[in-house]
Design a protein around this ligand. Structure first.
Ligand SMILES: Nc1ncnc2c1ncn2[C@@H]1O[C@H](COP(=O)(O)OP(=O)(O)OP(=O)(O)O)[C@@H](O)[C@H]1O
Length: 564
């Protein structure tokens, strides 16, 4: 069965079977064919036939998954059917909504939100039940929070914190296979109770022979073996969903990131990544990357020093320790700006579980970067264009924006700017809004909704590794938001991009010309941020009064904000 999925034969056959279904139905979903005067009319026979096909799919999924759940016949088939059940139920749910309700109905938005939420929960449960790659992909979907409805991103965001799949890990067996020895023989002490469960592995605490505290990340037993079939299944199901919802075509992303995901399964590779990241970031004294114990590391086992730290979104601890959120975020954004603009070796998954904060012995705030499985290299040429584009956007140099975007194979440079800055950009106004009002948020949400296809096209146009940059930016933006946006991230990153440009270009740009350029850049930023400056004074006063900015009307953060 598995080679069948691998060859994508099933996918193409299935596509053919229901292609006709899609051709007519996708149009009619969105036209108000079945709606007149807000009264749902009877579904026509041809539609019923297609509906039966869909029902068949649902029943096959449900019966198959439940039956095999009891038998535990083969886990791969079970995972496939479980996913098929989920995909079928999701398709059916949307199908029924679109077929029986029209956008002009008063409660349409509520109904749509309810369907989004139901479907997101189904995906969450499936990811947790299937584990491994499914969780990884679910986390990836949650990170596309500037495009997908908030119900999806919020629900699937849980996968970043809670990946307890209940999967039993035969640690001894893995050690015996990979090291030819038990953990007892290799460590002084080994605690078999996992301290953390993540998408690909569980993390255990151990004591090395020299009494040092160690974190031992052990990969789920059969992850390597099931990788191809699981990825095939996910792409296949996404192809089905794409038949119903043509715009939501994320299959190409999965195909593109296959190589990166494969690499992530190799913990030796992760060890190398972490060493390269540590070297790259050594200028930042406040950044720490756990050291790898190479003699206790293999493809499925990664041993590093143990870190006593707190997740960067642990607001309670931050408050208790009286840490300054501005300092936390400035350090966080600078570290990733360094990776994106200067070193070009970018952590693709900096979600809060992967960034710890702690206090050093001297009381200094430190960031610890974990999980180096997924990195992307950005070539110097792309980095340079990116920095130029960033600068050009700030100073509204539309010609350079267009030229540098073209170097990145992007036609729609305005859209690209909005994706990078995650703020509405009006090219007729000579400044950039780096803090958003609720009106801006509404505006950008509207843009995301109405230009979904354009955004997808813009993402498709980009060099593939830019996707990881966007993902990185999105993830750290979400962390900043959790903190109440104490730091002006776009501004900080814009300055960083410009300073990198200077370092790269200073050989050919004259000092006077450069100073002029810098002054112009700063002027645009200051102009854009004068309002933000006043706002920051206001926030400071609130802090002094012991009120959090979220209490205020100005910075009230709506749940929708996460969807921007
Ligand atoms: N060196 C360490 N010291 C202490 N805890 C650690 C260490 N490394 C990892 N952990 C804990 O294990 C969790 C998962 O680790 P990691 O992110 O490396 O695994 P993963 O399978 O790649 O996870 P993800 O789901 O983020 O991809 C971390 O969030 C952290 O709580």
């Amino acid at each position: 069965m598995l080679p069948l999925f691998r060859s994508r034969f099933v996918s193409s056959q299935f596509n053919r079977v229901i292609l006709n279904f899609h051709k007519s139905s996708s149009r009619s979903f969105h036209s108000k064919k079945f709606q007149k005067d807000n009264v749902p009319v009877t579904v026509p026979p041809s539609y019923k036939k297609r509906f039966l096909q869909l029902t068949g799919l649902v029943v096959a999924g449900i019966v198959g998954a439940d039956y095999l759940d009891d038998l535990v016949y083969t886990k791969a088939i079970l995972r496939f059917l479980r996913s098929l059940k989920t995909a079928s139920l999701i398709s059916a749910d949307y199908f029924l909504l679109f077929a029986t309700h029209g956008e002009e109905e008063e409660d349409y938005t509520d109904l749509l939100k309810a369907v989004h939420l139901r479907c997101a929960n189904r995906i969450l449960q499936t990811c947790l039940a299937n584990g491994g790659l499914y969780i990884k992909v679910g986390q990836g979907v949650a990170a596309i929070n500037h495009i997908l409805p908030v119900e999806y991103t919020k629900t699937l965001g849980k996968l970043q914190n809670d990946c307890m799949t209940g999967e039993k890990l035969d640690v001894k067996k893995i050690f015996e296979e990979d090291f030819g020895a038990t953990p007892e023989a290799l460590f002084k002490e080994f605690d078999y109770t996992p301290k953390a469960a993540a998408s690909l592995a569980q993390v255990f605490r151990a004591k090395g022979k020299d009494d040092e505290d160690l974190a031992v990340k052990v990969q789920y037993n059969d992850l390597q073996k099931r990788f191809k079939s699981d990825l095939g299944t996910i792409i296949f199901l996404q192809d089905i969903i794409e038949i119903f919802f043509k715009d939501y075509n994320f299959g190409w992303i999965l195909r593109d990131v296959k190589k990166n995901l494969e690499q992530e399964l190799d913990f030796v590779h992760e060890g190398w990544n972490s060493e390269r990241a540590a070297r790259d970031l050594k200028v930042f004294k406040y950044v720490h990357v756990p050291k790898v114990k190479w003699d206790l590391t293999k493809t499925r086992v990664l041993t590093t020093e143990w870190i006593d730290g707190h997740k960067i979104d642990d607001l309670e601890w931050i408050k208790k320790e009286n840490l300054d959120l501005r300092e936390v975020d400035t350090k966080l954004f600078s570290l990733f700006a360094e990776q994106i603009f200067r070193t070009g070796f970018v952590h693709a998954d900096p979600h809060p579980g992967n960034v710890f904060i702690r206090k050093s012995k001297s009381g200094r705030l430190e960031l610890v970067l974990l999980d180096h499985g997924l990195y992307e290299s950005i070539s110097e040429c792309i980095r340079q264009s990116l920095c130029q584009f960033w600068e050009a956007t700030v100073i509204r140099d539309e010609r350079t924006m267009k030229e540098t975007a073209a170097k990145l194979h992007i036609q729609n440079y305005k859209q690209f700017a909005e994706i990078l800055f995650q703020t509405p950009i009006d090219l007729n106004v000579n400044n950039i809004k780096t803090r958003l009002t609720e009106k801006d948020i509404e505006h950008i949400q509207h843009i995301a909704k109405t230009n979904f296809r354009y955004i997808m096209d813009a993402l498709k146009e980009m060099p593939r590794n830019m996707l990881f940059v966007v993902r990185n930016l999105n993830t750290i933006r979400a962390i900043g938001r959790e903190h109440g946006d104490p730091v002006d991230r776009p501004k900080l990153m814009a300055r960083y991009a410009q300073s990198c440009l200077y370092r790269n270009e200073n050989r050919c740009v004259g000092l006077v010309k450069w100073l002029f350029r810098r002054a112009r850049f700063e002027y645009c930023l200051i102009k854009a941020n004068f309002k933000s400056f006043l706002l920051s004074i206001y926030i400071d006063i609130l802090h002094k009064l012991g009120r959090s900015p979220q209490d205020s009307r100005i910075l009230k953060i709506s749940p929708e904000l996460d969807n921007v």
